[in-house]
Design a protein around this ligand. Structure first.
Ligand code: ZN
Length: 266
């Protein structure tokens, strides 16, 4: 059974949650980075991996290198999409042109599904929910779910795209939910609560003004055929732990982004 919390390991000065058993079984390295161990300063301190938030580009590129080295995949290439709170799932197959895929990703994608070896996927987060899904085939998906993505079923859409790509039964997939804003800190408007109720019933509603992204995404994954026993949740709130993770809400809006990466080495 997958676990990220209990498979946590410190990679040098970086704070990365991973699943070592997954890597040994199917060769997919996953990494949920925290903000420690990078070179960025001020509100971006320190492992900011996003180019769109006002940080120094040289620092961001250095941080990405540090992250890949810490994961043992230094020098590997990764597709890094422009995240737009949409539901576009970009698929990258073996033999696809890397530069063309990266170009397409810049036009907007909130999930990447990859079966190509040695092509990483890197997405950025500061409160939104990071989801990684890994197939026993070695193909994987990485998705970004804020409330808009959650109610638009980006999680199920990613799982289905992965299954369509490699033909594996979603019940065999491992899914990993990283640190994000948990329901106790996620106050939203009544209209957002109603959207969650419409899409997921009561399961993702904490109270009249709070919703659970993790419960919504989990319900979505179960609907797509995943096995509840194969869904691991790091159980960490980015707002409550803004010393360890970037939090848009806790920072007041100016902050870096921590990265989530997946990659299969051949
Ligand atoms: Zn919290």
């Amino acid at each position: 059974m997958p676990g990220i919390a209990d498979a946590a390991e410190s990679a040098g000065a970086l704070d990365i949650l991973t699943d070592q058993a997954l890597f040994e079984a199917v060769g997919v390295r996953i990494g949920f980075a925290g903000r420690a161990g990078g070179v960025s300063q001020g509100p971006y301190a320190s492992l900011d991996c996003a180019l769109h938030v006002g940080d120094d580009e040289t620092c961001v590129r250095a941080n990405r290198r540090l992250l890949f080295e810490a994961l043992g995949v230094g020098g590997a290439r990764a597709i890094i999409p422009t995240q737009v709170h949409g539901t576009n799932v970009l698929v990258v197959r073996p033999g696809d042109d890397f530069d063309a895929a990266q170009e397409a990703a810049l036009e907007g994608a909130d999930a990447l599904v990859v079966s190509a070896p040695e092509v990483g996927a890197l997405l950025n987060f500061a409160d939104c929910l990071p989801l990684v899904i890994v197939s026993p085939s070695g193909a994987f998906g990485v998705a970004h779910a804020g409330w808009r993505g959650a109610v638009a079923h980006i999680a199920a859409k990613t799982a289905r795209a992965l299954s369509a790509l490699d033909g594996c039964d979603p019940a065999q997939f491992n899914a990993y939910i990283g640190a994000h804003i948990r329901s106790e800190c996620f106050e939203v408007g009544e209209e957002v609560v109603e959207r969650f109720r419409t899409e997921f019933g009561e399961v993702a509603i904490a109270d009249a003004r709070h919703v659970s992204l993790a419960a919504a995404v989990t319900a979505d994954l179960l609907e797509a055929g995943l096995d509840a026993r194969r869904i691991a949740d790091a159980g960490i709130c980015t707002v409550c732990h803004s010393d360890r993770y970037f939090s848009y809400r806790a920072s007041g809006g100016t902050c870096g982004r921590h990265a989530v990466v997946a990659l299969r080495m051949s």
